[in-house]
Design a protein around this ligand. Structure first.
Ligand code: GLV
Ligand code: MN
Ligand code: MN
Length: 428
């Protein structure tokens, strides 16, 4: 049965307040900024907590009803005319990578807040309640575990997933969660009842070069690539670099170098053979003892493999694991492969995409329908409610880098589109 859509006369919809939007984005962007412009707000760090405090202040100023769950996910709610209706939720995250930019995440949180406060101050009729959310720990930079807060809300965290999530100082994610009262037994305690949600929207910078290259200002996302992530450790033998003959070495770093090259060539070959684009990255490497005059005895690689289709990603992940074993056997050294997280690519909701597309058509906005190579909280929320994403261009496609940049007009345009879409869906 076709669902009825109440069409609001768009000409009566107000514009979001771009100055206020940019003021608040810049205020968040100054928290954790370093002297070369990079922003670092690792999950559960003082800076990240500070950014959440600032958000709470902004939600209070906007007169929204605030709810904070035990991990620290923050929800701000504006009631609609039907108090029992499921809510239209929108948001993203405020944590960042190390030396990242100021827009990956905050655009989606502050954008959703701006959309809701514009609706509130202009007394626009909405039937369903609207909520803005800031999810904790979307980035995997600290524990190797991404979309933490949204995974808990989606009821998607299992004890076995936490087993290998440890930060560089040896702090276990499971221990941090336990300190917040989230134990193995109540991992589902934060799960939100899907019946309380009507839809989830996330506004985000593209973090890739496509929109800018084709001269379009809006991207509508079809699906999100998901990663397989491993910690691979080669254990050889640390030896004196001056006295150990080349043929007698058990060099763990050379083994790692071979695997790194294998990952690059395999992903390139896979993509060229049109089996689906697969990307593979070794983003971190730990070498022991890590001194100039010793043969490396141990190396640890953090591996991230992603694709838009599960078979392509799983096939490459399997090849990488087999190659790690093969290299270790050939060199007579040890290898251990630990899975940090395995996820499948996530399709977003086709009907919500059609609603956003229809609004773009009415507004004569040119858009691109595209997949997302980056991960987002939307991939967790899509498991419990229809989810959609709006992308805005990233200058030169740069992200996870202090040079990340999106023009204020594009941020405002994306926010306006988000607001109009939320209104329409709330009133369906
Ligand atoms: C999130 O930014 C990711 O790693 O895709
Ligand atoms: Mn990111
Ligand atoms: Mn992000």
């Amino acid at each position: 049965m076709k669902r009825q859509i109440t069409v609001i006369d768009r000409s009566t919809l107000p514009a979001i307040n771009q100055r206020r939007l940019m003021r608040d984005l810049n205020a968040i962007g100054r928290i954790g900024i370093g002297n070369r412009g990079g922003v670092t707000r690792l999950v559960f760090s003082i800076k990240e907590l500070r950014s959440r405090q600032v958000l709470i202040h902004l939600l209070r100023q906007a007169g929204l009803k605030i709810h904070i769950d035990s991990i620290g996910n923050i929800f701000g709610r504006l009631e609609g005319s039907d108090a029992k209706a499921p809510a239209v939720l929108s948001g993203s995250h405020l944590d960042t990578v190390i030396h990242g930019g100021k827009y990956d995440g905050p655009v989606g949180v502050i954008g959703a807040l701006e959309a809701i406060r514009t609706i509130k101050e202009n007394r626009i009729d909405i039937r369903a309640p609207l909520e803005v959310v800031c999810f904790v720990g979307e980035e995997s930079s600290r524990f190797g575990f991404s979309t933490l807060g949204s995974s808990l809300v989606a009821g998607e965290v299992h004890a076995k997933d936490l087993a290998n999530a440890v930060d560089a100082q040896g702090t276990k994610l499971a221990d941090v969660l336990a300190s917040l009262g989230i134990t193995r037994k109540n991992l589902r305690g934060l799960a939100r009842d899907p019946k309380t949600l009507k839809a989830y929207f996330e506004l985000h910078i593209e973090q890739g070069p496509i929109l800018e290259a084709i001269g379009k200002r809006i991207g509508l996302v079809t699906s999100i690539a998901a990663p397989s992530r491993f910690r691979i450790t080669f254990t050889g033998q640390a030896d004196h670099s001056g006295t150990t003959p080349m043929e007698m070495r058990k060099d763990a770093l050379v083994a790692a170098a071979k695997l790194i090259e294998f990952i690059e060539t395999t992903c390139r070959k896979f993509t060229t053979m049109a089996k689906g684009r697969v990307v593979g990255t070794v983003g971190a490497l730990k070498i022991e003892p890590g001194v100039i005059n010793a043969v490396p005895g141990k190396t640890e690689l953090l591996v991230d493999i992603r694709a838009i289709t599960a078979p392509a990603k799983n096939r490459v992940a399997k090849m990488v694991k087999a190659e790690a074993q093969h290299i270790a056997d050939q060199r007579n050294i040890g290898v251990e492969v630990l899975t940090i997280r395995e996820e499948d690519p996530v399709p977003l909701d086709k009907r919500l995409l059609r609603v956003t597309k229809a609004i773009c058509d009415e507004k004569k906005l040119v858009y691109e329908i595209m997949p997302s190579g980056a991960g987002h909280d939307a991939m967790q929320m899509a498991k419990i409610t229809p989810a959609a994403m709006i992308f805005i261009p990233s200058q030169r496609g740069i992200s996870h880098n202090p040079l990340e940049w999106t023009g204020p007009d594009d941020i405002a345009l994306g926010t306006q589109l988000l607001m109009e879409t939320m209104i329409r869906v709330a009133n369906e």
